[in-house]
Write a protein that binds this ligand. Structure first.
Ligand SMILES: *Cc1c(COP(=O)(O)O)cnc(C)c1O
Length: 391
């Protein structure tokens, strides 16, 4: 099928939920994607932070295909060695206590929200169900995670939304203190707001949140769906802030391209969820777990994080001398670029025409390249970007 046929069938048979770039990707290797017409693209998107080892990484393909050939699914009525291996590794990496495996970021966040409310209900009874999230946050597309998302544009059409969320202005400690009343059970934050425009939180604000949570027995919950899996230069971003969250949620890069999410909690919360209070059919699927096991061993191998930081710095440094660049922000290989001409969307569309896949977030350009991208691919991609930025 050529691109026009694919596009026509998409129009005819699929709900129009996505604004798509004008290409259909059919294969890839490393950080290079190929479209239906055989044209190649350097990929600075990783499928929105998912393909952390790039396309069709050898070790990843081997792990996934071997598992598909052994057993593709068992329900959660039975024990699964791969689930326990992935959960153990996540606990070892974070110093946390227990894991719930699911299929996506939104589901990991749903689990976190349920844990917060049940922990509080078990200990204090009714009336302490409120969760503070941040203005400009993004936590997912289910009705509850949309409610948790602190952006008015998402609070439309689907009424009634889940109650019990209030939005604090990011980096505004006074606002946080004012809203942390006796009815609050948790503070739920992204440390670098991804969809909100690659906005890192200040150390002071995160410290204040951690202090308040400690004082008032509110759970400190960190949405690491985009920032996790070595994306920002540490396995999870919270490490850089020197805090100890009660709950971490992880997804996107965790499976390196297969759907898996995790809600990870500390010892205080390890027994909050009991049989019958939560579950999933697909969550912790063996093939997805085999993928996650491979990803976790690779992104935590000696030297890997140093290489992510080095490549992130390299990209940042090259961007800083590019025309039309007003500001570069983010951490590690999660990079946002504010353009002088405020033309991120046009640049992103032109990049595709010129053989580069790139993301936007709000009115920024956003880069989430595969963590193991080669310098050659980085240079090739940045050269395309540089040319378009100079136009
Ligand atoms: C992408 C994202 C989500 C939603 O993840 P899905 O897998 O699309 O449900 C939640 N939180 C953050 C921070 C994200 O970046």
């Amino acid at each position: 099928m050529n691109f026009e046929d694919i596009k026509n069938d998409e129009q005819q048979y699929m709900m129009h939920t996505y604004g798509r770039f004008q290409t259909a990707i059919v294969s890839g290797k490393g950080a290079t994607a190929k479209d239906a017409e055989g044209k190649e693209y350097i990929d600075f998107t990783s499928g929105i932070g998912v393909n952390c080892l790039g396309y069709c990484d050898e070790g990843w393909v081997k792990a996934v295909s071997a598992q598909a050939a052994a057993v593709q699914h068992i329900s959660n009525l039975y024990y699964s060695p791969l689930q326990t291996e992935v959960s153990k590794k996540l606990c070892e990496l974070t110093g946390m206590d227990k894991v719930f495996l699911c299929n996506s970021g939104a589901e990991a966040n749903e689990c976190a929200i349920k844990i917060a409310r049940k922990y509080s209900f078990d200990k204090y009874g009714k009336g302490r169900q409120k969760i503070l999230t941040l203005v400009n946050s993004f936590h997912g597309r289910t009705v509850t995670t949309l409610a948790a998302t602190g952006q008015d544009v998402f609070h439309n059409f689907f009424f009634p939304f889940t109650e019990g969320f209030e939005y604090v202005t990011a980096n505004d400690i006074k606002d946080l203190e004012a809203k942390a009343g006796d009815d609050v059970c948790a503070v739920f934050i992204e440390l670098v707001q991804g969809e909100g425009g690659v906005m890192p939180l200040s150390q002071e604000f995160v410290d204040a949140a951690a202090r308040l949570c400690g004082e008032k027995d509110m759970l400190l919950m960190v949405d690491e769906v985009q920032t996790g899996i070595s994306r920002t230069g540490t396995v999870y971003c919270y490490e850089q802030y020197g805090i100890k969250p009660d709950v971490i949620t992880s997804a996107k890069g965790l499976g390196g391209g297969l759907p898996i999410g995790a809600c990870i909690c500390n010892e205080k919360l390890g027994n909050v969820m009991t049989p019958g209070t939560h579950g999933t059919t697909f969550g912790g699927n063996p093939v997805a777990c085999a993928a996650a096991k491979e990803v976790l061993s690779r992104v935590t191998a000696p030297g890997f994080l140093a290489e992510v930081c080095k490549k992130g710095d390299y990209i940042r440094q090259k961007l800083s001398s590019m025309q039309n660049v007003k500001e570069v922000r983010g951490k590690g290989m999660m990079i946002g670029i504010v353009t002088e001409k405020d033309n991120a969307k046009e640049i992103a569309a032109k990049c595709v025409e010129n053989g580069l896949l790139i993301l936007t977030a709000k009115d920024l350009l956003r880069l989430l390249p595969p963590l193991n991208i080669s310098y050659e691919e980085i240079d090739k991609g940045l050269e395309i970007l540089s040319g378009l930025m100079a136009e």
